[in-house]
Design a protein around this ligand. Structure first.
Ligand code: FES
Length: 157
């Protein structure tokens, strides 16, 4: 279900915990699975549960609680815009409108060409750089302006 490379990465995470606590690696395992698959289908979450010896419902709970996990297909690039208080006060509402217009889709939706998914995010711990967004959960961009958003989108196209 997952590639040998992903399984090796998950094994590396499992090794960080006591032998009888494999389930402690669930967040890392889901992250690794999502990087390989693009999103977390039910079968993928079931596989992770089985691999870690956990009830499937416990894995679903984690995957649906944190918004970095995608339990439905997303575009090639997922842009998660923080809309919490610091970002809200420094331009997130304007960036929200700008991104919606630019990509032609709203929060939780994917652009018509399938390249971009726009998501609303919680505080990313980078309030000093607000307004902030994350691209595919791994790349953070701060001090967003319409010009900077244009540059980022252009680079990703
Ligand atoms: S409120 Fe946006 S990063 Fe903290």
């Amino acid at each position: 279900m997952l590639s040998p490379d992903s399984l090796a990465q998950i094994d590396h995470e499992i090794a960080k915990y006591p032998a009888d606590q494999r389930q402690s690696a669930v967040m890392s395992a889901l992250r690794i699975a999502q990087v390989e698959k693009g999103w977390l289908a039910t079968e993928t979450m079931d596989f992770v549960a089985d691999y870690l010896g956990m009830p499937t419902i416990a894995v679903y709970e984690v995957a649906t609680f944190y918004n970095m996990y995608d339990t439905a297909p997303v575009g090639k690039y997922k842009i998660t815009l923080c809309t919490n208080i610091s970002c809200m006060l420094t331009g997130a509402p304007e960036m929200t409108e700008y991104l919606k217009r630019k990509l032609g889709c709203g929060f939780g939706e994917t652009s018509e060409d399938g390249r971009f998914t726009l998501k609303e995010g919680e505080c990313m711990g980078a309030c000093g750089d607000s307004p902030v967004c994350m691209i595919n959960n791994h790349r953070m961009e701060g001090f967003l302006t319409p010009e900077k958003v244009d540059r980022i989108i252009e680079e990703l196209k």
